[in-house]
Design a protein around this ligand. Structure first.
Ligand code: DAK
Length: 672
């Protein structure tokens, strides 16, 4: 498997247009879910669901209507949008309905002979350049498509349940697939909210090798423990234990099938546990529930579970089945692991990993073991991906599960990438952008905020520490340009405003929602915009005091955004051009005091119809005023750090952050 040309697939240029008519074969569970994802992302396409049974089609169409109704009821979709999703949707038991399809997705039963018959039939009915993909979770593409006349237009695209919401799709890179097909699929998936992970063509690809062997190992452990005990121990690593998931997904036959395939190809150590043949439903615990497990027994179970996980991880990387940067994120987002195997290896340390794997090798002879030093398996970045466009390094924030929200590790990685390339004469500068087309960055990771509350000094120090990246940008010798591909919120906008220029796609927005969380911005938003764009001071007041949203067009008019782009390609092209234009011309943030217009009255402050904390509005106003009066940028930033510390000790902060995490509206009525 060769590495894709770009880690961020949206940087790939492709000639083929998006699909217009898609056929999904198989109206079981996953086929219709794939269809719903596609129709939600690309409502203009025609979608036809094919199945041998009309009842399956009727049930599938009813399910999709149910999804759309639910999305409208929850306010996630507007009624006209739901109508567009459901328009152009049809079902058929007749393969003649394949006519005109430019993409056929097969999601039928896992049976090689059946799938081959389907592909022969499909190929006879669609154009020679129509794309054909299979959603198999285990059968290699080389086998599935061996008999196609035009195999270059075919590959496996493996979705994960629920396919309409789970972002992960494995895109299998097999030798006969056209490179342009893989680039088109990766790009299309990334543009429609998915996380395509390129994997090699081994049986079960990357992620199901982890999942199937994890479940199989759990079943082997039943010689020493109950299913409930294994699930209890496993919950240290996953949100739901393997037996709970197997019950949910009726997964026993799948493990038997996939592990039989792996055993046939790779050795008897993969043979499915015999108990799968005699049990239909496991007696186990629900996620979060536990049963009694003795300490020694728990340790033995845990060693075996970590053993299989780490053994699979090193094997996948040693055989080039997947990329290290993709393995962890795939395990977390597709399979529900709390952290990926490489991260857990790193945290456990080499000595512990070696101990666990030695024990695993003794208990499970034949299972793969590391072939290199353990450090060699670790990815250099986990939360960003790095590409080169000409002589510019493009850093893409990649946390699709949290709209690319920032946390310490991500900012450290951005800083490390910039430091690594700063002295390189071949690098002209940097572009920062976000994964996908929705968000540049949704701000700081709110899940981590509760630990900051209650200690003003510690919170202020934390803000100072976290500002390292931004302070580095202030002094960076090479230009750094923010390319806003979507919303830039809170800390994300603070990061963008410290870049030396901003370019934005027209749908991008900027907002400082901190006040709605009962805190003040910690990373310079009370300081920097007033010094860089003093004429827009009143606008920044509104953004800070009421969380007013700024559109890309407004920001462009105010001179905050230097250029607007219609597409992602244009965005990156403009950002790269800005890097070149800025070379040798740094844009320092002003080191002098600035004048301010009057601060809005906080007593009746509301944002989006919701009352805000008057105390926080006043605190923000005071910090903005003191920072504006400070003579140096460093002094002004210090005012901001201390104000953040102060805000972290308010009842409003406790309420605002708890409300976000509990998915409810904050009530600042009682907090002041
Ligand atoms: N942190 C963590 N997760 C986030 C997130 C964030 N900032 N923003 C979004 N997510 C997650 C959501 O929880 C959701 O996760 P699941 O429910 O799927 O598990 C997923 O991303 C998708 O989001 P939604 O389902 O909410 O998507 P919608 O399109 O419906 O809504 C939204 C998009 C952006 C309107 C909404 O997600 C939202 O309101 N997000 C929060 C925006 C926000 O308030 N951002 C934080 C601003 S405060 C400091 C450093 C920095 C800062 C402060 C201090 N120090 C160092 C001290 C900065 C502060 C901020 O940035």
């Amino acid at each position: 498997m060769s590495a894709p040309a770009f880690a961020n697939p949206l940087l790939e240029s492709v000639d083929r247009p998006p699909p217009r008519r898609v056929a999904v074969i198989g109206a079981g569970t996953i086929g219709p879910d794939i269809g719903y994802y596609l129709k939600s992302a690309l409502p203009e396409i025609e979608l036809v669901l094919l199945d041998l049974r009309q009842e399956a089609i009727d049930a599938a169409l009813a399910r999709l209507r149910g999804y759309a109704d639910k999305a409208v009821a929850k306010g996630k979709m507007k009624a006209p949008d739901a109508q567009a999703v459901l328009a152009g949707l049809a079902g058929s038991t007749d393969y003649a309905a394949l006519a005109g399809a430019d993409w056929v997705i097969e999601a039928a039963t896992e049976d090689l002979a059946l799938k081959r018959r389907i592909f022969a039939d499909v190929e006879a009915r669609v154009a020679a350049d129509a794309v054909i993909t299979s959603n198999t979770s285990s059968l290699p593409a080389a086998r599935l498509f061996a008999q196609l006349k035009h195999p270059g237009r075919a590959t496996v695209t493996h979705f994960f349940a629920p396919a309409w919401r789970n972002p992960v799709v494995e895109v299998i890179d097999w030798p006969r697939a056209d490179r342009a097909l893989l680039a088109w699929l990766r790009r299309l998936f990334a543009a429609t909210g998915k996380l395509p992970l390129t994997t090699g063509d081994a049986p079960c690809f990357m992620l199901d090798r982890v999942f199937d062997n994890w479940c199989n190992e759990a079943a082997h452990l039943l010689a020493h423990a109950s299913a409930a005990q294994v699930d209890t121990v496993a919950q240290a690593h996953v949100h739901a234990g393997p037996f709970f998931v197997l019950n949910l997904a009726h997964g026993n036959p799948i493990i038997v099938e996939t592990n039989t395939l792996q055993a046939a190809e790779e050795g008897a150590h993969y043979t499915p546990a015999t108990i799968f043949g005699s049990v239909e439903r496991w007696l186990t615990v629900a996620p979060g529930k536990r049963v009694e497990v003795g300490a020694a027994q728990a340790a033995a179970i845990d060693d075996r579970l970590r053993g299989v996980l780490w053994s699979q991880a090193v094997d996948i990387l040693d055989r080039g089945i997947g990329h290290s940067a993709d393995l962890d994120i795939g395990c977390r987002l597709a399979l529900g692991f709390k952290q990926g195997p490489l991260q857990s290896m790193r945290e456990a340390g080499d000595a512990e990993v070696t101990r666990v794997l030695q024990r695993f090798a003794a208990e499970r002879p034949g299972m793969p073991l590391p072939r290199r030093a353990l450090a060699a398996y670790q990815p250099s970045e986990r939360h960003v991906v790095v590409d080169r466009v000409d002589d510019v390094v493009v850093i893409t924030l990649r946390r699709p599960e949290a709209l690319n929200a920032l946390h310490d590790e991500m900012t450290d990685e951005i800083l490390a990438v910039i430091r690594r390339h700063e002295a390189d004469a071949q690098v002209a500068g940097f572009v920062l952008t976000g994964w996908g087309s929705k968000a540049f960055c949704a701000g700081a990771d709110i899940g981590r905020f509760p630990s900051l509350l209650g200690d003003a000094g510690a919170a202020a120090q934390y803000a100072r520490d976290c500002a390292r990246l931004l302070v580095h940008l202030d002094r960076c010798a090479k230009p750094v340009v923010a390319a806003l591909n979507g919303m830039a919120l809170g800390g994300g906008f603070e990061l963008a405003m410290r870049c030396h220029a901003l370019v934005a796609q027209r749908h991008a927005t900027m907002q400082l929602p901190e006040i709605t969380l009962g805190i003040v911005p910690g990373l310079g938003a009370m300081v920097v915009p007033y010094r860089r764009w003093p004429a827009a001071a009143a606008v920044f007041h509104g953004m800070l005091a009421r969380a007013d949203r700024l559109s890309a067009a407004q920001a462009h008019e105010l001179g905050i955004v230097d250029d607007l782009a219609d597409t992602f390609e244009a965005l990156i092209a403009k950002a790269v051009a800005r890097v070149h234009a800025l070379a040798g011309r740094p844009r320092p943030v002003a080191d002098a005091a600035v004048a301010l217009p009057a601060w809005p009255d906080g007593a009746a402050a509301v944002s989006g119809g919701k009352r805000l904390s008057a105390q926080l509005v006043a605190l923000t106003g005071r910090a903005v005023r003191d920072a504006a009066a400070a003579r140096t940028l460093a002094d002004a930033l210090e005012v901001g750090y201390r104000a953040f510390g102060e805000s972290a000790c308010t009842a409003a902060a406790r309420e605002g952050i708890a409300a976000f995490l509990e998915r409810r509206a904050a009530d600042f009525g009682a907090t002041g």
